[in-house]
Design a binder for this molecule. Structure first.
Ligand code: PLA
Length: 444
């Protein structure tokens, strides 16, 4: 069928004078009328269809499924036991206060809301951390975890050009996209051992040791995504030893502080251990999960460095990178975080809601394990599920098995075998266990 465009004749009136160098107002404009028939061929014929995002694309497929059995365990978004999205009560309270005080909507400074930047650095390092008193931290509000990582990557591309970032194998898929789009080279270090369904610690250490001195090591601060497997405190110490020896720069991605264990302090202990040793490092933070502010896009990029002077210079350069990218960040989420952290009773309430969310996830984790153990007639040991931390479980299902979960059982999950326990209810654990057992034993 001929498109509208191909049938319509386009008439363009061109001011011929505009095609020539201007000699001032004395030039008499001459008009030219040209008739052109627009063609069916777009200027963009060479644009190919992008593949769906491996995580967010799962939510789109889920929406299109009309089965009443369907279960979305793809994206990591917290749901209630009734599988409904959850807005924290403490967020609603903070928003009410904000509405009542009638706060402005003018631009924030490029680096974001000062009260937020202060609160976020204190939450990360602990309010009495000497690094904060010494001004050795540069904090810039970012567009949640992703945008903060992106800003950090842009800084690396500009000030450490050609330096490779080592990422865990596997990692959150978007890390690769972020580094690729920032023009930052990367390679992988071993992390997951499929035989033990645990950490390949010796492989990890060996790869970090073998990297060129001064590489950047991207680490998940807590609740490693997608495996749910974190190093122990002692292992973190060894990782820090090697990083120090090799003059590498650690870059922490902290997307689950407080959400993994229910404690803000526990979940920041890896970062704090590195900071206490006097290492310089970068940290990206997100408030999507721990405050449920997914769509507000609130987070930060922090650089902890050896002097306040360097911190100030880095901050100025981060601002310089942000200005042509998005100019300045959104205010709403920043105010929520600042108000919650700044008010002792709201802060306490936040901590108990965080424990509630983390506790519900631990509950379904246990219940899924129980259901799998009772359904599995072959007696496979599923206890690795209990050892994993955070909102995900890495089931060990391969792509075909994950496809079977979706095609036959309407269970939506990422193709690497990851399921989000935050999208699971106690009531659905048995159904999920049946789906996993069928996929694991009947699909190769
Ligand atoms: N870093 C890690 C390790 C993450 O898992 C996520 C989110 C982010 C950063 C960024 O989140 P933010 O930009 O919302 O702050 N990962 C999710 C969502 C929960 C996603 O893929 O965007 C996931 O399902 O893996």
């Amino acid at each position: 069928m001929a498109s509208m465009a191909s049938r319509a004749a386009a008439v363009t009136i061109t001011n011929a004078a505009l095609d020539k160098p201007s000699h001032g107002s004395s030039v008499e404009p001459t008009s030219r009328i040209s008739m052109a028939v627009a063609v069916d061929v777009s200027k963009f014929e060479s644009v190919t269809m992008a593949p769906p995002d491996p995580i967010l694309g799962v939510s789109e497929a889920f929406k299109a499924d009309s089965s009443p059995l369907k279960l979305n365990l793809g994206v990591g978004a917290y749901r209630t036991e009734e599988l409904q999205p959850y807005v924290l009560d403490v967020v609603k309270k903070a928003e009410k206060l904000m509405l009542e005080s009638g706060e402005f909507k003018e631009y924030l400074p490029i680096e974001g809301l000062a009260a937020f930047n202060k609160a976020t650095a204190e939450l990360l390092l602990g309010a009495d951390n000497p690094v904060i008193k010494q001004g050795r931290i540069a904090t810039v509000q970012g567009l949640s975890g992703t945008g903060s990582l992106r800003l950090g990557a842009a800084f690396i591309q500009r000030y450490l050009p050609g330096v490779k970032v080592l990422i865990s194998s596997p990692t959150w898929g978007n890390h690769k996209n972020i580094l690729n789009d920032s023009g930052v080279p990367w390679s992988e270090y071993r992390y997951f051992d499929p035989t033990t369904v645990g950490l390949d610690f010796s492989g990890m250490i060996e790869d970090i040791k073998n990297a060129t001195d001064g590489s950047i090591i991207l680490l998940h601060g807590c609740a490693h995504n997608p495996t749910g497997i974190d190093p122990t405190a002692e292992q973190w110490g060894t990782i820090a030893d090697v990083i120090e020896e090799k003059s590498h720069l650690p870059f922490f991605d902290v997307a689950y502080q407080g959400f993994a264990s229910g404690s803000l302090d526990n979940d920041a202990s890896s970062v704090r251990q590195f900071v206490a040793r006097g290492l310089e490092l970068f940290v990206a933070q997100s408030y999507s999960k721990n405050l449920g502010l997914y769509a507000e896009r609130i987070g930060a990029i922090n650089a902890v460095v050896s002097s306040s002077d360097v911190a100030n210079r880095i901050k100025s350069q981060l601002k310089r990178l942000a200005r042509p990218m998005y100019s300045n960040p959104p205010v709403h989420g920043a105010r929520i975080v600042a108000n919650v952290v700044g008010d002792p009773s709201l802060f306490d309430e936040w901590r108990s809601e965080m424990q509630l969310m983390a506790g519900r996830i631990k509950g379904v984790r246990q219940s899924l394990y129980d259901a799998l153990s009772s359904v599995d007639e072959n007696g496979k040991d599923w206890s690795f599920i209990l050892k994993q931390i955070g909102m995900f479980s890495f089931t060990g299902l391969n792509k075909n098995q994950s496809d079977n979960m979706t095609d036959k059982w309407h269970v939506y999950m990422t193709k690497d075998g990851r399921i989000s326990l935050a999208g699971l209810s106690l009531a659905k654990c048995e159904y999920l266990a049946d789906a996993i057992i069928d996929s694991y034993y009947n699909v190769k």
